[in-house]
Ligand binder design. Structure first.
Ligand SMILES: *Cc1c(COP(=O)(O)O)cnc(C)c1O
Length: 219
């Protein structure tokens, strides 16, 4: 299958899941995860009208997205991988949405840099719903306090929550937990669901899904 066909297949599955869940048509945003793929592999997705992309590494993104952004207007780039403090300036410069705010130090660095650059990428807090030691993210029990800290102490508007459920587990309970936490924190957006489970995530209220291999092929 060509990329355009895979992309259209994902789009129609998203539409069907929206309809099945009684969600408004077009309410779920598709974030096409292009990590490991170079500019030439990404251009067909741009030609097919896709404008929202996710990347997990800053350095890799700097090697392709400035060029692609200069060729095509309306691109929205999401950082979905871990952010280190020494990369915060670069992240704020390149990304439109940062989905991986996961500790006070990073939140402070982001607040400082956003003031300095007068640029305000939209922010999500990553939640470690499975409490996995090797995975980034705020613990579920600490999420409300962290979101309030970002808002009240740093003046950062947190737009949503993001999670990556444990690979071996049924993702449904993790999606349900993230939805409950978002409601408790008063944040609207839920970034959850990947190639294997995005339809399930939509059933649990995802407002954006991060789909890589189902569009670009295996990495
Ligand atoms: C790679 C990645 C995805 C996409 O995964 P696929 O299974 O290829 O769809 C989604 N979210 C994050 C955080 C990722 O790192």
């Amino acid at each position: 299958m060509k990329l355009e066909e895979r992309l259209n297949d994902v789009r129609s599955r998203i539409s069907a899941a929206e309809q099945q869940g009684g969600r408004p048509k077009g309410s779920v945003q598709l974030v096409a995860v292009s990590k490991t793929f170079d500019a030439d592999a990404i251009r067909p997705a741009l030609q097919a009208g896709q404008r929202v992309f996710g990347e997990n590494r800053i350095q890799e993104s700097q090697g392709k997205w400035p060029e692609l952004k200069s060729e095509t207007s309306g691109i929205e780039l999401h950082l979905i991988g871990p952010l280190q403090s020494n990369k915060v300036a670069e992240a704020v410069a390149l990304f439109d949405v940062i989905e991986t705010v996961d500790r006070e130090k990073i939140a402070r660095a982001l607040a400082d840099e956003m003031k300095r650059k007068a640029k305000t990428p939209r922010l999500y807090v990553q939640v470690n719903t499975g409490l996995e030691p090797q995975k980034a993210g705020i613990a579920p029990d600490d999420t409300a306090e962290f979101v309030a800290f970002c808002r009240d102490q740093l003046g950062l508007a947190i737009e949503g929550l993001m999670c990556i459920p444990p690979v071996e587990e049924n993702p449904g309970p993790h999606f349900a937990l993230l939805a409950r936490l978002a409601k408790a924190c008063g944040v609207e957006k839920l970034s959850m669901g990947m190639s294997g489970d995005y339809e399930t995530a939509i059933a649990f209220g995802a407002t954006s899904v991060r789909v890589g291999s189902a569009i670009f092929g295996t990495r």
